[in-house]
Design a binder for this molecule. Structure first.
Ligand SMILES: [Zn+2]
Length: 459
């Protein structure tokens, strides 16, 4: 009898999976980024930690990670500074964190067997403590914690994450094993929302990390490459090929964003244009789930890292002037890397907010042009099955209420979403007029962030 029920459930599951309307949507079950929202990421942790931490970081083999043990308060304060600047996502101070490295370079552990692993778990607690102090509550959809996973090369301390030279000297299995423990530790106690797999010089290491994520329930990630020029990863692979390799991995659905970090701001636009040639449904027509993958962008301050002298040399770049273009090209998460501190993050956030409305409209127009035939088909299908008049009226009321709530909260993202939903409502002349009124209101750009937009009540 029991077996019979089980078999029936299996059969239903299989049927549901075959029916596109019933199929469980993995993206929806585990959302991180909404593709119609924009997120401000924090900046370079180590260079900003120096404000609160009085010891030398650049010549420490543990880089900023030693502070997890010696000065947790400085770590919290650094996170706080980024949150106060407007960051929606803060990354744990674990870029160079690895239990072997901790064991080698920290001598006063009470239990050298267990404590190095616990130090990684503690990094998540410190990020949460900062969110608690700044927001007065824990994490939310607007405030996320990303677990920083730097490349193996970063732990060699010879700058080889910027060349990928080590990739040919170690096996993919070794890299998977090496990353595995740190990934599990960051998910063990208080789980991070997403992994920031960053400054990766080669897709081979990215694939090894995806192999390691496979065993960790609920683990999701973004992958950002370090690039040596406008079109190649640090190891010299064409960026389009790196993207295709990630998409072909069996765990590709865990990737919530792809991008670049610790590159010069001026090289980001050409890289995004190249990625857009492969990041579209034409490249992956057989994949039902595939929609355009959002980009994550975190340029450095513009100077070059001299690995021999262990210092930054050269000119500072203007990041702000590129932000609008990156958003139009598909970037949903924008922050900074080395030498980009809280003051610059504040400017980045402001520029993101100032451009949300225009960019969302542009992107919507673009996505209509690029609609894949199946989407077009379902759109026509929906029109044929237009709900009865009473049902349409009810939906319009719901959309109006949502619109009003969002305006009262002054939540710019919610207003845009509501506007778009309203625009798509059938025969909704009233709503269309309300949006037009809103668009006509001239709002000084620097006031948008603080001041909720007022809407005339139409009743
Ligand atoms: Zn960097």
């Amino acid at each position: 009898m029991f077996e019979c029920v089980l078999r029936k459930n299996r059969k239903m599951e299989a049927q549901n999976f075959l029916d596109p309307c019933q199929r469980p949507d993995i993206e929806k079950l585990t959302p991180v980024f909404q593709t119609d929202k924009f997120y401000c990421l924090d900046g370079g942790f180590a260079s900003s930690l120096q404000t609160f931490y009085q010891k030398d970081i650049d010549n420490d083999p543990l880089w900023s990670c030693r502070a997890l043990k010696t000065d947790p308060e400085a770590v919290i304060q650094t996170h706080e500074a980024f949150l106060e600047a407007g960051a929606n996502i803060i990354t744990t101070n674990t870029y160079q964190g690895h239990h072997d490295l901790f064991r080698t370079h920290i001598k006063d552990f009470k239990d050298p067997c267990i404590d190095p692993h616990l130090l990684l778990e503690k990094a998540v607690e410190l990020a949460d403590e900062a969110i608690m102090r700044v927001n007065g509550t824990g994490r939310s959809l607007e405030t996320l914690v990303a677990g920083s996973i730097g490349p193996y090369g970063a732990c060699l301390g010879d700058g080889s994450e910027y060349t990928g030279a080590y990739i040919d000297t170690v096996s993919k299995e070794f890299l998977q094993e090496w990353h595995s423990d740190r990934i599990k530790r960051l998910m063990f106690n208080k789980s991070v929302d997403i992994f920031a797999i960053e400054t990766i010089p080669s897709y081979i290491e990215a694939l090894a990390i995806l192999d390691a994520l496979k065993d960790v329930h609920g683990a999701r990630c973004w992958i950002s490459f370090q690039c040596k020029d406008d079109s190649h990863t640090a190891r010299g692979e064409p960026i389009e090929e790196a993207f295709a390799q990630l998409m072909n991995h069996p765990e590709a659905l865990r990737i919530k964003a792809i991008g670049v970090n610790c590159v010069k701001a001026s090289s980001v636009t050409p890289i995004l244009k190249r990625l857009n040639t492969v990041n579209n449904w034409q490249s992956w027509p057989d994949n039902d789930y595939f929609t355009k993958i959002p980009y994550i962008i975190a340029p450095n301050g513009g100077e070059d890292w001299n690995a021999v002298e262990k210092r930054w040399v050269g000119e500072i770049d203007d990041i702000i002037c590129h932000i609008r273009e990156w958003m139009i090209l598909g970037a949903n998460v924008i922050g900074g890397c080395c030498r980009v501190g809280p003051p610059k993050i504040k400017l980045i956030k402001k520029e993101i907010v100032n451009n949300i409305y225009e960019v969302t409209k542009l992107r919507l127009e673009q996505s209509r042009k690029e609609k894949r035939p199946i989407d077009q088909w379902s759109f026509d299908e929906k029109c044929l099955r237009r709900p009865p008049y009473e049902e349409q009226k009810r939906r319009i009321e719901v959309a109006k209420e949502f619109f009003r709530d969002a305006s009262e909260d002054g939540d710019a993202n919610a207003i845009i979403t509501a506007q778009l939903e309203a625009m798509m409502a059938h025969n909704n002349k009233e709503m269309y007029e309300a949006i037009k009124t809103l668009e006509r209101q001239e709002i000084p750009k620097d006031e948008i962030e603080e001041q909720p937009i007022e809407i005339e009540d139409e009743d």
